[in-house]
Design a protein around this ligand. Structure first.
Ligand code: FAD
Length: 293
């Protein structure tokens, strides 16, 4: 389908973008930021969205790139998925994002789609929000009023609803660097190699003497927002990661039995909620073992 007509504005600076978006917000106009267009343009073509204007952020270098800032890595909102996957800083200091981003769609989408677009779109089936929640990332947003920071736990408010006020631009995300001893894994269950997650699990595990000292788990597509599996994180403390003896109980599987606690998984063409709950339990155990291994 062809989108309804809209104005196209391409600001030359972040300040200009904030001004245009701010003025539109004050006037009550429906104006949307445009990044890679990989989620927004399909919505326009399906006429599920028909903003009066698009403000193209594509020419704003302030929003692009990855910086090593010592205790955290800053990933600019306009950095493409492909740039994230290829970034040496991300692979070394924030590897969970490199692992999850490598599973996003296909090379064509990864070359256009952006890190910030995935976050601002707030699709619970997206792979990156669960990582942000698991790692306690901090979102940096800007408007004409100035800058503010939003913890990941508060950024994803509801289905496709980020905590961005009208007129605000996501500038980038601060990813805390976890110290030595941490292992990472993103486990994604999908129908075909390049499709969306039916369920995904982002896991970061620190172990001492073969047992879990601390774990951080984020779940993809288990509710309207990404979910932190806190019950599992607690249950995993002290659990031995060695494979169980033949016929014996598996303490990792037991600790992950509550992975679906507090979730409200959707029903769709691909899976019913009960099946997603089962997947969350199985995939969490798998992700924890892989991260800890
Ligand atoms: P856009 O489409 O340009 O924007 C998306 C939304 O975010 C819009 O509402 C826009 O206004 C807002 N926005 C964008 N940037 C900003 C900003 N800086 N500040 C404020 N608001 C902003 N994703 C996955 O995670 N996993 C997948 O497996 C996957 N598969 C896909 C398969 C296909 C075929 C396609 C087309 C997409 C897929 N995606 C998948 C989505 C992809 O990751 C998109 O790149 C991403 O969701 C949106 O990024 P974008 O830069 O294209 O944003």
């Amino acid at each position: 389908m062809i989108p309804a007509s809209f104005d196209y504005i391409r600001p030359e600076s972040l300040q200009d973008a904030c001004r245009v978006l701010g003025e539109a917000a004050s006037a009550g106009d429906d104006v949307k930021a445009l990044a890679g267009g990989q989620s927004l343009l399909p919505l326009l073509r399906l006429r599920l969205a028909y903003p009066a204007a698009l403000v193209d952020l594509g020419r704003l270098p302030e929003l692009r790139g990855v910086e090593d800032r010592g205790d955290h890595v800053f990933i600019g909102a306009l950095t493409t998925h492909d740039e994230v996957v290829r970034s040496r800083v991300v692979r070394e200091k924030a590897p969970l994002f490199a692992l999850a981003t490598a599973t996003v769609a296909d090379p064509a989408v990864r070359h256009r789609g952006t890190f910030g677009g995935s976050m601002a779109h707030a699709d619970p089936a997206g792979d990156l929000p669960a990582v942000a929640v698991a790692l306690d990332c901090v979102f940096v947003v800007r408007s004409g009023e100035g800058e503010r920071e939003i913890p990941a736990a508060e950024f994803f408010v509801d289905y496709l609803e980020p905590a961005l006020e009208p007129g605000e631009v996501l500038v980038g995300v601060r990813v805390p660097v976890l110290g030595a001893g941490w292992g990472f894994h993103y486990e994604k269950f999908h129908r075909t190699a390049q499709s969306w997650a039916i369920v995904g699990v982002a896991a970061a595990v620190r172990k001492t003497d073969g047992a879990v000292e601390e774990a951080r788990i984020g779940l993809t597509n288990m509710g309207p927002t990404p979910v932190r599996a806190e019950a599992v994180e607690t249950a995993l403390r002290g659990v031995d990661l060695a494979p169980p003896a033949t016929g014996g109980t598996d303490p990792v599987r037991e600790a992950c039995a509550e992975a679906d606690d507090g979730t409200s998984p959707p029903a769709d063409l691909h899976a019913q909620p009960d099946y997603r709950r089962h997947l969350a339990r199985v995939l969490t155990a798998r992700a924890v073992r892989a991260a800890g291994g």
